[in-house]
Design a protein around this ligand. Structure first.
Ligand SMILES: [Zn+2]
Length: 296
């Protein structure tokens, strides 16, 4: 673990219709004392102002998949989000540098699926996991999801720095500000900043040795016809039921004629990001995970 954290970035509005992050950044910018800690600096950034103004996920393409190292220095990439990604990378990164301009990025998201309060972690760096374990102790209902859905390179905003993660909270419809999860997310951010303050002032009481996580196994798409249209949707058992435990034979989807399609894997898995609105276009209805206790 590094001895000192000097600069943390809290980013929001990466998806312009996810208002929890948008309004938390507004609040912190107006009341910086709420998040002030003496031993390091925290900066707040709305990452996709164009999408925020439209209240859409993005303008041209998903900003949270735009941070591929080669693309960031490719002058032929010039969509709205490509240019944003280059600017953000310059301010916070650059990605892959030994010394980035900020040490840790927390990117704020919300989801239409019932994820409660979740961390989405895509790196193996120890500091990231120590923060996660600390948060899990402070906020017992927090879920930790390890994302392994990228075959080559993680291209999330928080992948600019080696250490960091995204926060996903839900269920929240797109374009809606929901009070309970707004305040829970604010509290969670407070704990993150407290962790760094304790780290910097040698007040952390322990080094965490393990953590319970939901480990990414695979993405599952809706049953679709040849035209790509949905033939079925998520079975009501899973709807609004995040981290649903699936056993062989459990209903998974229901066709529009009412026929049930079952889960056929031998292994028990937990479903999350169930029926997330933004993932229809990406081609998945849920993510299947295994619950594991991993060593840190
Ligand atoms: Zn998002």
């Amino acid at each position: 673990m590094p001895k000192q954290i000097k600069k943390v970035a809290i980013t929001g509005g990466t998806h312009g219709n996810e208002l929890t992050g948008v309004y938390l950044i507004n609040k912190f910018k107006k009341n910086p004392t709420l998040v002030k800690r003496d031993s390091f600096e925290t900066i707040f950034m709305h990452t996709n102002v164009g999408a925020m103004h439209q209240c859409t996920r993005y303008v041209d393409k998903d900003l949270n998949r735009a941070f591929i190292k080669n693309d960031l220095c490719n002058s032929e990439k010039y969509t709205y989000e490509d240019i944003l990604a280059k600017n953000i990378n310059e301010k916070l990164g650059p990605k892959g540098a030994i010394k980035t301009n900020v040490d840790f990025i927390v990117d704020l998201h919300s989801t239409t699926s019932d994820m409660g309060l979740s961390l989405v972690i895509d790196n193996d760096n120890n500091l990231t996991w120590q923060v996660a374990a600390y948060l899990k102790e402070m906020v017992p209902n927090l879920h930790v999801f390890r994302w392994r859905g990228d075959t080559k390179e993680v291209s999330f905003v928080n992948s600019i720095t080696k250490e960091g993660f995204a926060i996903e909270v839900g269920p929240i419809p797109q374009g809606v500000l929901r009070a309970d999860l707004f305040f829970e997310t604010e509290k969670l951010i407070g704990h993150i900043l407290d962790f760094f303050e304790k780290l910097n002032t040698s007040k952390l009481e322990k080094r965490y040795k393990n953590i319970e996580i939901f480990d990414h196994i695979k993405l599952v798409d809706f049953p679709r016809g040849e035209d790509g249209e949905l033939n079925a949707t998520v079975h009501p058992n899973l709807q609004d039921n995040g981290y649903y435990k699936l056993s062989k034979g459990d209903p998974l989807f229901i066709t529009l004629d009412g026929e049930i399609i079952n889960y056929e894997e031998d292994e028990k898995m937990y479903a999350l990001f169930i029926n997330e609105a933004a993932y229809y276009e990406k081609g998945f209805a849920m993510c299947l995970t295994k619950k594991e206790n991993i060593k840190l």
